[in-house]
Write a protein that binds this ligand. Structure first.
Ligand SMILES: Nc1nc2c(ncn2[C@@H]2O[C@H](COP(=O)(O)OP(=O)(O)OP(=O)(O)O)[C@@H](O)[C@H]2O)c(=O)[nH]1
Ligand SMILES: [Mg+2]
Length: 281
């Protein structure tokens, strides 16, 4: 049998650039409680939640490890399934028509959109997703192709220093994009829903395109503050929305909490996998 000797420095480079919890195999070898809260971050918060609060709404999408494994394959590039940066567009007219279903990530500047996409693609580190500490970093709509399965779009943020980008690019995109199957609206878990987020939420409602809330940076604040912000958000989702998926996704792009779950949700909503084992889809 022909064996290919892997170059040791290449191995080192590959190891260095992929986070230790990026793959499900590594994450599922954590001690049971740690694994549970990495894969399903709500489980880590649950013990702090008052008994009177209905937990079901936070656990609607609970795929099995097997389903998550199936989804993870889609985030690994291969010759037959190439993941790459496709195009950057500053205006709606510059976006090519694409057949595969599309998902996009919107939210205030600095909320962690690019970091989240980078974490989703971390098993393909050659895909470059730029993140920055400076708000307003992403100035164009950036399209990433995931084989023929789906496209992921990183959007410029709204709020600080970027209101025009949002109005000129993101709004027209959300209204007109035919193959958009899900919008992810990101909210910073350490500060909760802000006025600018409410405006976006209202816009998503007006468009009636299915969307889901993603609570980011959950590693940054204590459980008490996070739960307070989460319950306030949940109240808004329950009482003021029709097109929003009832379960918010809790994410830390730094620690990979919730990344595997979100990969599976993206694979599911784009019709790229059929869930075999979940409490509800
Ligand atoms: N602690 C923590 N920091 C995060 C997380 N996600 C992003 N950050 C940090 O937040 C800052 C902004 O991240 P980006 O991903 O560039 O934010 P963005 O929403 O794409 O921002 P714009 O492109 O300006 O709209 C960076 O310093 C990231 O390292 C997270 O989950 N936890
Ligand atoms: Mg960005």
């Amino acid at each position: 049998m022909l064996r290919v000797q892997r170059c040791p420095w290449l191995l080192l480079f590959t190891r260095r650039s992929v986070h230790k919890l990026a793959s499900l195999q590594k994450a599922s070898s954590l001690p049971p409680r740690k694994m549970q809260s990495t894969l399903y971050p709500f489980s880590g918060l649950e013990p702090y939640l008052d008994r009177s609060v209905d937990r079901m709404q936070f656990k609607l999408f609970q795929p099995s490890l097997e389903d998550m494994m199936e989804a993870e394959k889609l985030f690994c590039s291969s010759a037959a399934h190439k993941i790459d940066f496709f195009v950057s567009a500053g205006r709606m007219e510059h976006i090519p028509a694409l057949k595969p279903p599309e998902v996009c990530f919107i939210g205030r500047s600095n909320v962690g959109k690019s970091s989240l996409i980078k974490a989703l693609f971390s098993l393909t580190p050659e895909v470059e997703v730029r993140v920055s500490k400076t708000p307003g970093h992403t100035k164009t709509m950036n399209f990433f192709r995931v084989g023929k399965a789906f496209t992921v779009v990183d959007m410029p943020g709204y709020g600080h220093r970027a209101p025009r980008d949002f109005v000129e690019m993101v709004e027209p995109y959300l209204y007109a994009r035919k193959n958009l199957v899900r919008t992810f609206l990101l909210v910073d878990g350490s500060v909760g829903l802000q006025q600018a987020d409410r405006i976006s939420l209202e816009m998503c409602e007006e468009i009636r395109c299915p969307y889901a809330m993603v609570v980011t940076k959950i590693d940054k604040c204590g459980s008490g503050a996070l739960l307070t912000n989460l319950l306030k958000l949940q109240e808004v989702v329950q009482t003021q929305t029709n097109s929003c998926f009832p379960q918010p996704f809790l994410i830390s792009s730094v620690n990979y909490w919730g990344i595997h779950l979100l990969r599976c949700f993206v694979a599911h909503v784009t019709g790229s996998i059929v869930l075999k084992n979940t409490s509800q889809s």
